[in-house]
Design a protein. Structure first.
Length: 357
């Protein structure tokens, strides 16, 4: 820092002769002077960086050549990246991010059906998704402590707040469902009851401990909720309903199995037999690629129904191939990026539709 100040700033000439106005109270002149010099340098660099950018007295060269400003701007960039990372981490460990997916999946279904979006039902879906995944976080602390340490710590620290938020979000979903019909309650709360049997052992039984049933139950919950929420307010041809159900089910089944690949170490230690544990990562990758390939046939078959969103559906299939190959690479360390890549897919699709359609 001292060298940079010497290079960048013009120093005024100082008259060293004159009366001493304040007697020194130390004999460690060098140490005190160095500390003062470094302290002032850090204060200017940290607090007055923007001033350095605009004042030619402080910066002899332009912005690109000024080393002090480069250091300051790098500091700003790192702080911004850290804030974004912390925000995303909070959204994922708190189930708020997956709740956005609970909003986006039925939103996409409304668009595929070609009817006006009912936001009351979308928020009901989002609330119940938050509740289901928060319950799962509470029951999976042991597994999460192995490969999802941050999530386990957050859950332990905020256990009481999570329980309160589960109760509030469940009642909010129930209230919004009651505004429509009994069928709405069944559709909205279907994932909730599946989630209970999935996460909590009842008579020493839960879906999570049964190979393949775990992934099927999660995909089924998403498919039922995503497909039938629009059916609450409108009737449709059974073929269109089956088509949308198949698409959501396959996408969510693939996503669930990919999360199991991330959790394979914890599942093996806790004797949870998932598809990746049973088949191995390589065979699981081939299975997922085969399932994703069925969506090519689906896109062709359903073109008559969903031709308006043909490019979006093609993008989703290609995107599926990419993240299957990426997340099953040998030696890859899967972190929070999987939440963004998988749970964020339908949110990304919804944004693309809003922007271009």
């Amino acid at each position: 820092m001292r060298k940079l100040f010497t290079e960048e700033f013009k120093k005024p000439k100082i008259q060293l002769e004159g009366e001493i106005k304040a007697e020194p109270i130390t004999y460690n002149y060098a140490e005190v002077g160095t500390a003062f010099d470094k302290g002032i340098a850090l204060i200017i660099a940290h607090c007055c960086g923007l001033h350095v950018l605009t004042n030619p007295y402080f910066c002899r060269y332009n912005f690109k050549k000024c080393k002090i400003t480069k250091i300051y701007m790098k500091s700003i960039g790192k702080n911004l990246i850290n804030k974004v990372h912390n925000l995303f981490s909070f959204l994922t460990v708190s189930s708020l991010f997956i709740a956005m997916t609970g909003f986006s999946v039925p939103f996409f279904s409304f668009l595929l059906y070609g009817i006006s979006v009912d936001f009351g039902l979308l928020f009901a879906s989002s609330f119940i998704t938050f509740a289901v995944y928060s319950i799962n976080k509470l029951t999976d602390i042991k597994e999460d402590s192995i490969n999802l340490v941050d999530r386990a710590k957050f859950t332990n620290k905020n256990r009481h707040y999570l329980i309160i938020s589960i109760i509030i979000s469940s009642f909010a979903a129930l209230y919004l469902s009651l505004l429509y019909s009994i069928f709405a309650i069944f559709v909205i709360f279907f994932p909730f009851f599946v989630g209970l049997v999935y996460s909590i052992k009842i008579a020493n039984f839960r879906f999570k401990d049964i190979i393949c049933i775990k992934s099927i139950s999660v995909a089924l919950a998403w498919a039922v909720c995503g497909t039938f929420i629009p059916v609450i307010v409108h009737s449709f041809d059974i073929l269109i309903i089956y088509s949308i159900f198949f698409f959501i089910f396959v996408k969510m089944f693939i996503n669930t199995v990919l999360f199991d690949i991330r959790d394979i170490e914890a599942d093996m230690l806790n004797n949870v037999i998932t598809i990746p544990v049973f088949l191995g990562v390589n065979k699981t990758k081939k299975l997922l690629l085969l399932l994703n390939s069925t969506l090519i046939i689906w896109v062709i078959f359903s073109y008559t129904f969903f031709h308006i969103f043909f490019l979006i559906l093609i993008f989703s299939v290609v995107y599926g191939y990419w993240y299957i190959l990426y997340l099953t690479k040998e030696g890859i360390k899967i972190g929070k990026s999987i939440d963004l890549l998988l749970d964020g897919e339908f949110t990304m699709i919804a944004i693309l539709i809003l922007l271009f359609f």
